[in-house]
Write a protein that binds this ligand. Structure first.
Ligand code: ATP
Ligand code: MG
Length: 413
């Protein structure tokens, strides 16, 4: 008999917000004769009173049935039992109760078997705090004392740690990720098992690890995650870091929550300049967006190291990276710091936001110096002008800019 605890204290709060909307999906599945529960991270975060991320639903209905009863379904992983149901602009992952075979490709289980009871589905989940389910009335199913672990603030595997980590070594990185997000301790046996199985991390598809690392570096308690990373020497099995472990040693005591993996790579680069951003991005199989952001941040940090904070730095760095830059300055440079307010006040007073706003362009320069051939001098001159304007030394006025150029003509050798 499955125990079910009703959350009396949270009763009212529980079915507010995202849970109310998702309840329509649960109701509809139940009306069609199947079971459905809120499951995993959303139940955990509800009990912790943390902001709820995505709402995941577990159901006894096979994916074909979900396709049939809802109008807007995206069949993202039918063979694994997962579809996305879209409702009022929100996506819900609806997954059929299942048990899994081996993860021999280290991405997906080789086989999954759909089942019609939730208990075995909860048993396949990684940690007790993630193996909670809740029905539409707010009754919690807690087969592995996940609630007790939430209150004790511990991360503990469902079942035998060594077996569970062998089954899918990504769970080792996930343990670090949850300790970083929640500030929880990793329970002793789980930690021992992580140490025993950590070499298996080498077999994980890197993209899966990158997703977890990205969440890890953004965790509110990232210093917990990094302390474990250092203590367990799990970095010995991570790309690049295995050859340069001192990078982690150097930052694990002072790390603070970052905004993205790009910020982490920029930080790593500032610690070890012999490893380029490109190398980090390639080894961790990250996107070009990560590469671009990390490069921008590194350029800004290097410029800051030489010149300090000024209009030109703020102008050159796209606004969406300003917060990341502030975080990194405070981490990278001892005894130096900048604040978001300082950066914002420079930004507010910038006379122009981009080169396009300059009241003069390349054609004007060609007209001013008809005897010169087109060439790199045009870009150089425009950048000189841009700097003068950004620093407020010159007004962004066509005539004044032309006048300035006459007095500062291009030097062509
Ligand atoms: P977040 O709030 O960051 O999304 P989450 O707990 O929902 O956290 P997900 O990665 O979205 O984490 O996974 C959803 C649920 O699926 C988890 O709570 C867990 O029950 C289960 N799960 C995910 N990945 C694994 C895994 N590798 N092994 C076992 N169970 C997993
Ligand atoms: Mg989730």
């Amino acid at each position: 008999m499955m125990r079910c605890y009703k959350q009396k204290k949270n009763g009212d709060r529980m079915l507010k917000g995202p849970f109310i909307d998702a309840k329509e999906i649960i109701n509809k599945i139940e009306k069609n004769g199947h079971q459905a529960y809120y499951v995993g991270g959303c139940v955990r975060d509800l009990l912790l009173q943390r902001p709820i991320g995505d709402i995941d639903i577990a159901t006894s209905a096979p994916p074909t049935k979900i396709l049939e009863i809802f109008d807007h379904v995206i069949p993202v992983g039918m063979e694994h039992g997962t579809v996305i149901v879209r409702q009022k602009g929100v996506s819900y992952e609806v997954t059929t109760f299942r048990v899994e075979g081996n993860y021999s490709d280290h991405r997906h289980p080789d086989t999954v078997q759909f089942i019609d009871q939730i208990d075995k589905d909860l048993e396949r989940r990684d940690f007790t705090i993630n193996a909670l389910a809740m029905n539409r009335e707010g009754c919690i199913i807690d087969l592995f004392d996940g609630k007790a672990d939430l209150y004790k603030k511990v991360i503990r595997t469902v079942g035998n740690g060594v077996e569970r980590f062998y089954e899918d070594p990504l769970r080792i990185i996930r343990a670090l990720r949850f300790s970083s997000q929640l500030g929880f301790q990793i329970e002793t046996n789980t930690l021992t098992a992580m140490n025993q199985v950590k070499h298996q991390i080498l077999t994980i598809a890197i993209e899966r690890m990158t997703t977890e690392m990205s969440k890890l570096v953004q965790g509110k308690y990232v210093h917990h995650g990094f302390a474990y990373l250092q203590k367990t020497k799990i970095y010995d099995y991570l790309p690049i870091l295995k050859k340069h472990p001192y990078i982690i040693d150097k930052i694990s005591t002072k790390i603070k929550p970052l905004g993205s993996l790009s910020e982490l790579f920029a930080l790593f680069y500032m610690i070890e300049t012999s490893i380029s951003i490109s190398t980090w991005v390639k080894s961790w199989k990250c996107s070009n967006k990560v590469r671009r952001e990390a490069s921008h941040l590194v350029d800004a940090l290097k410029y800051y190291e030489k010149n300090g904070l000024n209009q030109w730095l703020v102008y050159q760095l796209p606004s969406e990276y300003h917060d990341g830059f502030v975080r990194l300055v405070n981490l990278v440079f001892e005894n130096l710091s900048v604040s978001k307010t300082e950066v914002a006040s420079y930004e507010r007073t910038l006379p122009i936001r981009s080169k396009k706003e300059l009241d003069i362009d390349g054609n004007d320069l060609v007209e001013l110096f008809p005897h010169l051939n087109r060439g790199p001098w045009i870009q150089h001159k425009l950048q000189e002008l841009e700097k003068e304007v950004v620093f407020g030394k010159l007004n962004n006025n066509r005539n004044l800019l032309k006048e300035w150029i006459k007095w500062n003509p291009p030097e062509i050798n």
